[in-house]
Design a protein. Structure first.
Length: 412
């Protein structure tokens, strides 16, 4: 069986890419997914908090929807890709030949290589199935350990706490949220966690899990022992690359390296989403950003890219809500700036908002030039309005000193 376009991966990126390609080129397009429909994973934490039991609220495309868009849908697992034969091998034994292959295979949750990780009661949080499993044990009075306090770890901790679970969190970094925001805002996050009764231990991680078939105790690297009923690992992701593509050029994270047309090192194979790098708008460098919104943007631009219209790069954009506050960031944060070799610093800024009062945010800027690189906020919904203001200022190349003219007060 042959298709002009074969898309592998049924997340938002893969689903949207298949529909866009079918519409744009009007050629036979196939979507292969290991889940029976296309759904969004970006708001699963809200489902965990509310005890949602059906995937319906997250559905983006059903197989019937896809057929209506001219996309053939196969619910199957990709076993391997044979790039020299332009062939995808499925778990059912079927072989699919392609003209162009689009990989939107996402990522896999990273586990710590420790004793006890295979015990029952050990979870990750990436898929709807993960959410259902975790929801089934999230009962009032139970005790949970969440390892890793990036944004996913924070969202899971908040959802579990809201359901009456006693939550302990640990992170190898000294403060929660440091993979997304800088230290002053991370301290704000820590205070919000404390108000909700969520405990945090920084500079430590899990050394060993113990229990009789089911996890009962977590031993930390500082020697502390926690009696727990279940554990959630949120310590990052690993790009999910099908077997047979070992020869493609990859980033240091193991993601497929792509150019400004989303092409891999093999010109008939494209990659978007968590399995691939993208171009950073501000530096023009390749960067690995496993963010759902980036996958969605890439899918929408893909048909034009296949016609040779490159994109300039993406500006990172994250919006999450946990512990009764909104976390937002636009552009580079400190972690990304260091990875890209950018000499940066940050400053707190204040703005008087009529009817609201003084709001405080944080900007990341390039040392020397003062060029704005990023903006971060932990607070109320007024931040949503200001995110667009800062997005414009970052894209237009404004500098730290220009903020005073815009009504902001820069704090030393």
């Amino acid at each position: 069986m042959y298709y002009d376009f074969v898309v592998v991966g049924g997340g938002v990126g893969g689903g949207e890419a298949s529909v866009r390609l079918a519409r744009f080129f009007n050629k036979p397009t196939l979507l292969i997914s290991d889940y029976p429909l296309v759904y969004s994973r970006m708001t699963l934490s809200y489902g965990l908090k509310q005890g949602v039991k059906t995937v319906d609220p997250y559905v983006v495309y059903t197989p019937e929807d896809l057929r209506g868009e001219g996309v053939t849908f196969i619910h199957d697992r990709v076993v391997a890709v044979e790039p020299d034969r332009n062939t995808v091998i499925l778990g059912s034994g079927r072989r699919v030949e392609y003209g162009v292959l689009v990989l939107a295979t996402g990522s896999k949750a990273r586990f710590l290589d420790i004793d006890g990780v295979s015990l029952k009661g050990v979870f990750t949080f990436q898929t709807f199935t993960d959410m259902l499993g975790l929801s089934s044990v999230a009962e009032p009075g139970r005790r949970a350990l969440v390892a890793g306090t990036g944004m996913i770890g924070l969202l899971v901790s908040d959802a579990l706490s809201a359901r009456g679970v006693k939550v302990y969190t640990v992170d190898i970094l000294p403060l929660p949220g440091l993979t997304a925001v800088e230290e002053p805002l991370a301290r704000t996050i820590l205070n919000k966690m404390k108000l909700k009764g969520v405990e945090f231990m920084g500079g430590v991680t899990v050394e060993k899990l113990k229990g009789d078939r089911r996890v009962e105790e977590a031993i930390l690297t500082n020697g502390e022992r926690l009696q727990v009923d279940f554990v959630v690992f949120s310590v990052g992701v690993v790009p999910n690359i099908p077997q047979g593509l070992e020869g493609l050029v990859k980033s240091r994270e193991g993601a497929l390296l792509t150019d400004n047309l989303f092409r891999t090192s093999r010109r008939d194979i494209y990659a978007i989403g968590d399995c691939a790098t993208t171009m950073d708008l501000q530096t023009g460098e390749s960067i690995y950003r496993p963010l759902g919104i980036i996958a969605s943007y890439a899918a929408k631009l893909l048909p034009k890219a296949m016609e040779g219209v490159g994109y300039q790069g993406f500006l990172a954009y994250q919006v999450e809500e946990a512990f009764s506050v909104l976390f937002m960031r636009v552009g580079l944060n400190g972690l990304e700036a260091r990875r890209l070799g950018v000499n940066y610093s940050y400053a707190l800024v204040e703005l008087k908002v009529p009817g609201v009062g003084v709001t405080r945010n944080l900007v990341v800027y390039e040392k020397g030039s003062g060029r704005l690189l990023g903006w971060q906020s932990v607070g109320g919904y007024i931040a949503s309005y200001k995110s667009k203001v800062f997005e414009h200022m970052i894209k237009s190349g404004m500098r730290l000193e220009d903020l005073e003219e815009k009504g902001f007060k820069v704090l030393e």
